[in-house]
Each structure stands twice: as structure tokens, then as C-alpha cells.
Design a protein around this ligand. Structure first.
Ligand SMILES: Cc1cc2nc3c(=O)[nH]c(=O)nc-3n(C[C@H](O)[C@H](O)[C@H](O)COP(=O)(O)O)c2cc1C
Length: 244
């Protein structure tokens, strides 16, 4: 059975609501390890997040070895969540992966025949969207063409620079991070997303490339006593949710 004929499986809004509503940022963990098969499934669920052009511009660095974890926790400014979690996961965006991943999508296409439209997309259209060229010159040229063409009709307004490629990769990666947090919650575990870290040190510790971005470091484990600091509060109102 392929994706076109897959039946939509039964879903349970109450179960989903329970997972979403019980997820909190946890800053104290018990230290109980997450079973490897649970962690693996959560990571696989993370990779099912929707992502731009299915180019999956992310990677997940799972740190459990005590030495490296202690160093990473220090790079996370010694935050409680990082120090007490049995596992830290650096969630990394890879803006420059698009080219290699475009080829990989074709190489690993899950059906026998790759539709021509798909081949065209990954060979012709994706490079047009994502290639920025040396010193970003191709991006600048695209921006100029877009500005003129955009006077008459809707056109894509980016990504037009290496900086916009970072945003491009970060959007998809952040969605994967949320999938991961919810998957952990579904298994009864918890997490704390952290952007409070020294990115230079984290990248050095994990031997990441210059172009890669650490979007979040996720502390994960079993919720400890007084692990949640405050009651959850969200803004409501017409300035937040607007029906137009
Ligand atoms: C991108 C991002 C970065 C965050 N960085 C930190 C952090 O460095 N340390 C921390 O304790 N919490 C961090 N948080 C957690 C937020 O403080 C938390 O999500 C927010 O206060 C709402 O609380 P809740 O997650 O329990 O609903 C971060 C959350 C996000 C999404």
C-alpha cells in the first residue's frame, strides 16, 4: 500500500490534547534513563515533522555519555534542566544540506518510479530556490528579479541570502523539535527546550560544521519533584488569534 492509498488512521483528539496540555518545560529531572527504544521512537517521530520541500535540513545529536553530557550541560550555562537530565539532545539546523538532500530524496524515493514532476522539482526548481551562489550573488540576483516580477504577480520572496537560508532551515528544524517534545510526553517523559547555551562551545563539543546552527538543546528525562516552576500562562485575545 502506498501513501496515496493509505487510509487515514483513527485519531483521538482527547489523547492529543492530554499530551499537548501536560507538556511543560521541566527544569528538574529524576535521572531515570529513557529506554533506548523509546528514545529512538521519539527521534523517529521527530523526523516525521513537516519540512520544507521534504529536504529535512536537520540533525539530532543525542548526548548520554556522562563526560560529554557534563561538558554540554556546562555549555548550557549550567542550567538545572541540563545538569539533571539523563539525556541532552542538540537539535541542529543545516542550511547547506539542501543540495545533498535534494539528491538523497531522489536516490531514496520510496516508490519504484520517480514521477517526472518530482525529478524536475529536485533537479531544477529546488536549486533555483535554495542556491545562493558564491558570496550570495545568485541570491541577490534572484531578489532583484523577484522585486521586478513581484510588481505584477505573486512571487517567492526568498530565501535570498545565506542568512535567509538559516531561517529556512530553522523553521523545519523547530517543527521537528516540537514533535520530539510531544513524543517524549506521549511516552510519559518530559523535556526542556533551551536556547540558553554558548553556541560556540556547543558546536565545538559536538564537532559541528560552521554552517550548522544549534536551534535548541533539549534536556529530556522523567519529570522530577518541583520540576515545573510556574503555572502555565498563555495570552488569549483578538490580538493573538484573529479570524479575518
Ligand atoms: C526556543 C526556546 C528556547 C528556550 N530556552 C530556554 C532555556 O534556555 N532555559 C529554560 O529553562 N527554558 C527555556 N525555554 C522554555 C520556555 O521558557 C518555556 O517554553 C516557556 O516559559 C513556556 O513554558 P512551558 O514550556 O512550560 O509551557 C525555551 C523555550 C523555547 C521554545
Amino acid at each position: 500500500m502506498n501513501a496515496k492509498t493509505d487510509p487515514v488512521s483513527d485519531t483521538d483528539p482527547d489523547a492529543f490534547s492530554k499530551i499537548v496540555r501536560s507538556r511543560r518545560s521541566v527544569r528538574r529531572f529524576t535521572g531515570e534513563p529513557i529506554p533506548p527504544e523509546v528514545l529512538q521512537d521519539c527521534l523517529e517521530l521527530a523526523t516525521l515533522a513537516p519540512n520544507s520541500s521534504n529536504l529535512q535540513p536537520w540533525s539530532f545529536h543525542v548526548v548520554q555519555t556522562p563526560d560529554l553530557k557534563a561538558q554540554l550541560a556546562e555549555a548550557c550555562l549550567g542550567q538545572n534542566a541540563a545538569r539533571t537530565a539523563p539525556v541532552l539532545i542538540a537539535i541542529v539546523a543545516r542550511p547547506q544540506s539542501w543540495k545533498q538532500h535534494a539528491q538523497r530524496v531522489l536516490d531514496e524515493w520510496p516508490e519504484e518510479r520517480i514521477p517526472d514532476i518530482v525529478k524536475r522539482y529536485y533537479r531544477k526548481v529546488a536549486p533555483l530556490h535554495y542556491r545562493q551562489g558564491p558570496f550570495g550573488v545568485f541570491g541577490l540576483a534572484k531578489k532583484a528579479v523577484g522585486l521586478v516580477a513581484g510588481l505584477k504577480r505573486p512571487v517567492p520572496r526568498g530565501p535570498y541570502s545565506p542568512a535567509e537560508m538559516k531561517i529556512w532551515a530553522t523553521k523545519s528544524t523547530a517543527l521537528a523539535a516540537e514533535n520530539l517534545m510531544l513524543a517524549l510526553r506521549a511516552y510519559g517523559f518530559d523535556s526542556c527546550p533551551m536556547e540558553g547555551f554558548d553556541e560556540c562551545r556547543v558546536k565545538k563539543l559536538l564537532e559541528l560544521q560552521r554552517s550548522e546552527l544549534v536551534v535548541m538543546v533539549l534536556a529530556a528525562g522523567r519529570r522530577g519533584e518541583k520540576g515545573v516552576y510556574n503555572r502555565q500562562h498563555r495570552f488569549t485575545g483578538e490580538d493573538i488569534i484573529r479570524y479575518r
